[in-house]
Design a protein around this ligand. Structure first.
Ligand SMILES: [Zn+2]
Length: 292
C-alpha cells in the first residue's frame, strides 16, 4: 500500500441537490454492480464484493477510489459518503484480527464507525465490457477497440491511435492523457518506432506480454513491468512497451463507473483524486537533465 499524496485539487463533481430520498440501499448498489461485474468473472485468487456494510443501509453518496486506504477513507468521511466502491481488495488474504492495532483493522473500524459500506470490484471489472480496459483505451483516444480473443472475456483491449506517432512522442501523449502522477511514463524499445496499434491492460500486465505479441500490435501499455521479462520480450521482437503508473491506468475506470452509478441509481457519486500510486517522487537522471 502507498503513502498517498493528496493532489492540490479536491474539487469534486458533487451535486448535493441531487441527493435522493433514501430509496437506494447498499443492497441496491451491490445488485447493480453484480449485474455489471458478476463476481464469478473474478480470478480464483481474488476477493470481490461487499467487504463492510449492512445491505439495508441507505446510500445517498458514494466515493469511488482505486484503493481503500486511510487517506481515501478520511475523504469519504469528510464528504459524508455512505459507501466506497474501490478497485483493489482491502482484505485479499485470510485475517485473524481486525483490531485497530493492525493497519487494515483500523481501516475496517473507521468505515464501520462512520457508517460507510465498502464494495470491491477488481478482476471482475478488468474483464467486463465496458470495464477497466475500455476506460483506459478510451482515455488514450484509441478507436476500433476489441479484445484479443473474440468471444472470450479478457482484460486486454486492442485499438488504433487516430494518428500514428513515433514511440517517444507517444510516451508524452500518454503521460498527458493519463491522470497525473509523480512518475510519468517509461518506454522500452526504439524511440523512433512508428506506433499505430496499441494493446492496453490496466494494472499489472506483466503476464500478458506474449498475448500482446500475438495481437500483432506496435506497442503494449500496462503497469508494473519488470526488467527481465521486458527485455526478453523486446529481444523476441515483441511490441514496444509503455510502463505507466499502476494507479493511473485504473483511475479512468472510476469516471465511467461514477456516471453509470449516478444515472442508474440516481445517487451522488464522487471520484477520489487522492493519488494512491506507490511511487511519489521522480528525480530526473543526469542524462534526462542534460538532454537539450
Ligand atoms: Zn490494480
Amino acid at each position: 500500500m502507498a503513502s498517498p499524496t493528496l493532489v492540490a485539487s479536491r474539487v469534486m463533481t458533487t451535486n448535493p441537490a441531487s441527493a435522493p430520498g433514501g430509496s437506494t440501499t447498499v443492497a441496491t448498489v451491490v445488485a447493480a454492480m453484480q449485474e455489471w461485474y458478476p463476481p464469478v468473472w473474478a480470478e480464483d485468487w481474488d476477493r470481490v464484493g461487499l467487504v463492510v456494510g449492512e445491505p439495508a443501509a441507505p446510500v445517498g453518496r458514494i466515493l469511488l477510489a482505486v484503493d481503500c486506504v486511510p487517506e481515501t477513507v478520511e475523504q469519504a468521511v469528510d464528504l459524508g459518503a455512505d459507501m466506497m466502491v474501490v478497485h483493489h481488495p482491502l482484505l485479499l488474504r485470510g485475517v485473524h484480527s481486525v483490531a485497530t492495532t493492525t493497519y487494515k483493522g483500523a481501516v475496517v473500524h473507521r468505515l464501520i464507525r462512520s457508517g460507510i459500506a465498502l464494495l470491491v470490484a477488481h478482476t471482475n471489472a478488468d474483464v467486463a465490457s465496458p470495464g477497466v480496459g475500455d476506460a483506459l483505451a478510451t482515455r488514450l483516444g484509441l478507436v476500433e477497440l476489441r479484445t484479443p480473443r473474440p468471444d472470450e472475456r479478457h482484460p486486454m483491449r486492442v485499438g488504433r491511435l487516430p494518428q500514428a506517432r513515433p514511440l517517444a512522442e507517444l510516451a508524452g501523449y500518454v503521460a498527458e492523457r493519463l491522470p497525473a502522477t509523480a512518475v510519468g511514463v517509461r518506454v522500452a524499445g526504439d524511440p523512433s518506432r512508428e506506433v499505430r496499434t496499441i494493446a492496453v491492460v490496466g494494472g499489472a500486465g506483466d503476464t500478458f506480454l506474449a498475448e500482446a505479441s500475438a495481437a500483432g500490435v506496435d506497442a503494449f501499455l500496462t503497469a508494473d513491468l519488470r526488467h527481465h521479462p521486458a527485455s526478453e520480450h523486446l529481444a523476441g521482437g515483441g511490441p514496444a512497451l509503455l510502463d505507466a503508473p499502476h494507479w493511473a491506468t485504473e483511475r479512468p475506470w472510476l469516471d465511467a463507473l461514477a456516471v453509470q452509478l449516478r444515472t442508474s441509481l440516481s445517487i451522488d457519486t464522487i471520484v477520489s483524486d487522492v493519488v494512491t500510486d506507490v511511487w511519489t517522487v521522480h528525480a530526473p537522471s543526469r542524462a534526462e537533465k542534460e538532454r537539450p
